[in-house]
Design a protein around this ligand. Structure first.
Ligand code: ATP
Ligand code: MG
Length: 224
């Protein structure tokens, strides 16, 4: 179980006339259980990515805590947090994050090989690429892929270490309807195997895969 309590993030913004701190996320409480698909939507700038990054162990909150199975993420040292993230969390970040100098399969294997020395990576990555329908692109460079193919590669990479939680930040942005449906179906499939999915999206069609829909308004989390 992933549990966030009183989670807040303040950022500093320098304006033309003044500079001030503001709450990008204010006192959010949230629990996500196994296999649950939680969909978060809300206006641009409302704090969705900030919340996702704090839940995923990537951004230290100003206040509050995130606990994974009773372990408080931000009380761990960097090394312990990185290794917990690698073992338990898969992140599909907003925007493109492919390493262009690597092939598709090398991109997918990367998180696995950072922490493991066994030789299971190749076969595992290939299986995931098959599930994503892009096995034929395994040896292409990521710079040669379409937007939809890159998203599917990012999902495969996020699943490489069998995470208990997947955090997907607008994984269907810039995709056409067909690819949007493919990505949503894949995430649903991931959840059916017991992985929790936290999905930030503007896509109204995402409601069909959601167990719970939340909204973010100016840093405040509410049930939709
Ligand atoms: N590192 C930062 N420093 C200062 N302000 C930041 C920083 N990161 C985000 N912000 C601000 O915090 C607010 C929330 O940003 P966030 O990226 O969480 O929004 P979002 O809901 O994900 O938006 P979008 O739908 O456009 O992705 C925005 O006003 C943004 O400008
Ligand atoms: Mg965002």
């Amino acid at each position: 179980m992933l549990k966030a309590e009183g989670l807040s993030k303040q950022f500093f913004r320098k304006g033309r006339e003044s500079a001030r701190y503001f709450d990008a996320v204010s006192s959010c409480d949230l629990e996500i259980s196994s296999g649950e698909v939680v969909v978060l939507s809300g206006r641009s700038g409302s704090g969705k990515s900030t919340l996702l990054n704090m839940l995923a162990g990537l951004l230290m909150p100003t206040e509050g805590s995130v606990e994974l199975d009773g372990r408080s993420l931000y009380e761990l040292d960097d090394k312990a947090l990185s290794s917990l993230r690698n073992a338990s969390f898969g992140v599909i970040p907003q925007g493109q994050t492919a390493v262009h100098s690597l092939s598709v399969i090398e991109n997918v294997k990367l998180p696995y090989e950072l922490y493991r020395t066994d030789d299971a990576a190749e076969e595992k990555a290939m299986t995931l690429l098959e599930e994503m329908g892009i096995a034929n692109l395994a040896d292409s460079f990521s710079s040669e892929l379409s937007g939809g193919e890159l998203r599917r590669m990012a999902i495969a990479r996020a699943l490489m270490c069998d995470p208990a939680y997947v955090f997907a930040d607008e994984p269907t942005a810039d995709l056409d309807d067909e690819n949007t449906a493919i990505v949503l179906d894949l995430l649903k499939h991931v959840a059916e195997s017991g992985t929790s999915v936290f999905l930030v999206t503007h896509e109204s069609g995402a409601a069909r895969i959601a167990d719970r829909i939340l909204r973010m308004e100016a840093g405040n989390l509410t049930s939709a």
